[in-house]
Design a protein around this ligand. Structure first.
Ligand code: ATP
Ligand code: MG
Length: 321
């Protein structure tokens, strides 16, 4: 069991509303509505806890509506170390209609001052120096007030403490984060294409870009490719995984599950094959339902066996090998 620090700068509460049919401009009656703590940090934290690790969750929360986060952390056994800011954590509304259409309305996020970011940075570095976590995960988008350059400075400060930094974000924030060479990154195809400056349309351009990220100095270069699986370039080799076929219900949280399970394999010192197999199987488990992957799912061992892992360039000899 290891200790991991997970940082989300721009968390959200998810407001899920189910209604027969959305009529813009009219009074709509919901069948049900539910407000829950959410965000990539909480997802990553939940998976790491399920895999047996101790997790401290940090970042920013609005002081006026933090109850759902406090309760979620208590329920899941996550240490809550988020800095409270005046105001409210943003709310992301998901309006789901009976025909399956989903409309997302995302809040802008709480404004973060330079002083607040400096306070968080000092707190995180102190935690790294005193508690020596096995890794720090920095995940999610940036709130108003935090620039990509400020994110890079935060990652640099964390790196100086000697703890490996794992990053999952997108756009200019990812470009800026990658420029200061975190230990690991898990872009998806679009995110890595943005960094590479070209579309990654086939296996060879994907492999080339993932290799370039590793060669630039990102030790664990993990490219997630949705249903096509994962490419992982590290000093322990070049690996690819193909997930089992599963019925897809909800892919939100699959990337977070993959990142957390890859981190688990690396810090638990599993073999590269086992690390990638377990992480790919768990991400496949996640897309079968709302929420993150559950390593205690009754058929998880089957999903593991049906996940194909091979060295890049070697042919996949069918699933389960
Ligand atoms: N349809 C699918 N079937 C099986 N596994 C899947 C499927 N979609 C995603 N996965 C698994 O989840 C991993 C992460 O998915 P994806 O590449 O879509 O991440 P992402 O775009 O970062 O997602 P997120 O919305 O969580 O940020 C994939 O590498 C794969 O292992
Ligand atoms: Mg993602």
């Amino acid at each position: 069991m290891a200790h991991v620090l997970v940082v989300t700068l721009n968390p959200a509460l998810d407001l899920s509303i189910q209604l027969p049919q959305l009529e813009p401009g009219a009074v709509n009656r919901a069948r049900s509505s539910h407000l829950a703590a959410a965000g990539k940090g909480l997802n990553v934290a939940r998976v790491l806890v399920a895999l047996g690790h101790r997790v401290t969750l940090s970042g920013f929360l609005g002081a006026d509506n933090d109850t759902a986060f406090v309760q979620a952390c208590q329920l899941d056994g996550i240490e809550d170390a988020s800095l409270r800011l005046p105001g409210e954590t943003r709310i992301n509304a998901k309006l789901a209609e009976d025909d399956g259409r989903v409309t997302d309305i995302n809040g802008p996020g709480i404004e973060v001052s330079e002083a607040a970011l400096a306070e968080l940075s000092t707190d995180l570095v102190a935690r790294c120096e005193t508690a020596s976590p096995a890794a720090v995960v920095v995940t999610g988008s940036l709130p108003p007030g935090v620039t990509p350059e400020a994110l890079a400075a935060l990652i640099q400060a964390l790196k100086t403490s000697g703890v490996p930094v794992w990053v999952d974000t997108s756009g200019p924030a990812l470009a800026s984060a990658l420029a200061v060479l975190p230990h690991a990154a898990k872009p998806n195809e679009q995110e890595l294409a943005d960094w590479a400056g070209e579309p990654l349309t086939d296996a060879s351009t994907q492999l080339d870009a993932a290799r370039r990220l590793h060669a630039a100095g990102v030790e664990e270069s993990i490219l997630s490719l949705g249903a096509e699986g994962v490419l992982w370039i590290s000093r322990r080799g070049e690996w690819q995984a193909i997930p089992p076929r599963v019925e897809v219900r909800n892919t939100v949280g699959a990337g977070d599950t993959l990142l957390a399970a890859m981190l688990h394999g690396v810090i638990a010192d599993l073999s590269p094959q086992e690390t990638l197999r377990q992480a790919t199987a768990l991400a496949a488990e996640a897309v079968r339902h709302v929420g993150v992957g559950d390593p205690h799912a009754s058929d998880f061992q089957q999903l593991r066996q049906q996940t194909s892992v091979s060295r890049c360039g070697e042919a996949h000899v069918g699933r389960g090998v």
